[in-house]
Design a binder for this molecule. Structure first.
Ligand code: PHE
Length: 343
């Protein structure tokens, strides 16, 4: 029996030192030790030769040997199976995480935020109002009474439920709401979405975004208007950009002007974008018409003010040289992904 004990010890040593480089090696181990003609079986066969009084002791010894060999096989399988057996139940927390796709701000938002921050530095506060407006705030209070021909310039969408309701055509309606509050002086900018009944093309859409501004106090003059807008243009487009004002007409301002900047593409020499004039229009402006002040309960003998309004799409198109307005609302990621940083 001593011999058998010695034999088992040797096998254990051998098993312990067994190394498997791959799944085939592990299988060879199984056949050699645990197979039907394997070593464990043949050692078990020795039981019949063990005297009865030693059977218990040897039974234990042989069983331990079997368990030892099986455990080694499990270990070999696990390390050679390319972790296959492993993955179902465990999570490898050391793996780098899947990267989440990061969105970016819409170019219209980037440019709107930039416009807003420039005016905020001049002391303008942001004011907002409803996109569904009533006739008074969008037209009548702004010196555009019913049947006024200038209403045609801003045809909009009306709401069946109430013919007095409409989608605002400009954020000047927010200016009216602020003036009606009667707290002076007023120095606000009004960013927001506006609507017009226009055929969709590369240059027009049924909705777009505006930033309008209003400053009302004592002794506000056209010089203040010019200086404010001049500052804005320099901050937005750089110091080399030139500015010019052309007389224009708006029912809510008198005098009124449109402001052009020298073409950013050709530097003023003339190209397709500026239609060979060297200038591109960027906004409308003027001194607030006294009728507006009176409509909103402000003494027009004491107070004066200026107002201006610009389309954010237009500024964005100039800033990034985008030729088609429709790109802004098509949600094509190939387009949108290009605007990741602030302007
Ligand atoms: N409300 C005008 C528009 O939408 C822009 C504007 C605002 C013009 C203020 C003059 C003064 O076209």
């Amino acid at each position: 029996m001593e011999q058998l004990i010695k034999q088992i010890e040797d096998y254990k040593q051998e098993i312990n030192n067994y190394v498997a480089a791959n799944a085939d090696d592990a299988e060879t181990f199984r056949i050699k030790y645990l197979g039907t003609k394997g070593l464990v079986k043949s050692v078990m066969g020795e039981m019949k030769n063990v005297p009865a009084d030693q059977k218990k002791e040897f039974g234990q010894l042989l069983n331990d040997f079997k368990l030892f060999t099986e455990a080694k096989y499990e270990e070999l399988k696990e390390t050679t199976d390319n972790g296959k057996a492993n993955t179902e139940n465990t999570i490898d927390i050391s793996l780098p995480a899947d990267t989440l796709p990061l969105g970016s701000r819409h170019p219209i938002s980037l440019v709107r935020n930039r416009i807003v921050s420039i005016f905020q530095r001049l002391g303008f506060a942001v004011a907002e109002g409803p996109e569904i407006e009533d006739d008074w705030h969008n037209f009548t209070a702004l010196n555009l009474p019913e049947n006024h021909p200038a209403r045609d310039m801003q045809d909009t969408f009306y709401i069946n439920q109430n013919p007095d309701w409409l989608l605002r055509t400009h954020t000047s309606s927010v200016q009216v709401r602020e003036m009606e509050k009667g707290k002076l002086p007023i120095r606000i900018i009004c960013p927001g979405r506006v609507y017009r009944n226009e055929t969709i093309s590369a240059r027009a859409h049924c909705f777009f975004h505006q930033v309008e501004g209003l400053y009302i106090a004592e002794n506000v003059s056209f010089a203040d208007l010019k200086q404010t807008l001049y500052f804005f243009v320099q901050e937005m487009f750089g110091e080399s950009v030139k500015v010019r004002f052309r007389p224009s007409y708006f029912p809510f301002t008198e005098p009124s002007a449109e402001m052009d900047i020298s073409c950013l593409i050709c530097g003023g020499k003339g190209c397709n974008v500026c239609k060979h004039t060297g200038w591109v229009e960027i906004l409308g402006c003027g001194m607030v018409h006294p009728n507006l002040l009176e409509n909103c309960g402000i003494d027009s003998n004491k107070y004066t003010g200026f107002a201006f309004g610009m389309g954010v799409e237009r500024i964005t198109m100039l800033k990034y040289q985008i030729k088609d307005l429709r790109l802004f609302s098509e949600n094509d990621l190939r387009f949108l992904k290009q605007f990741t940083s602030a302007v």
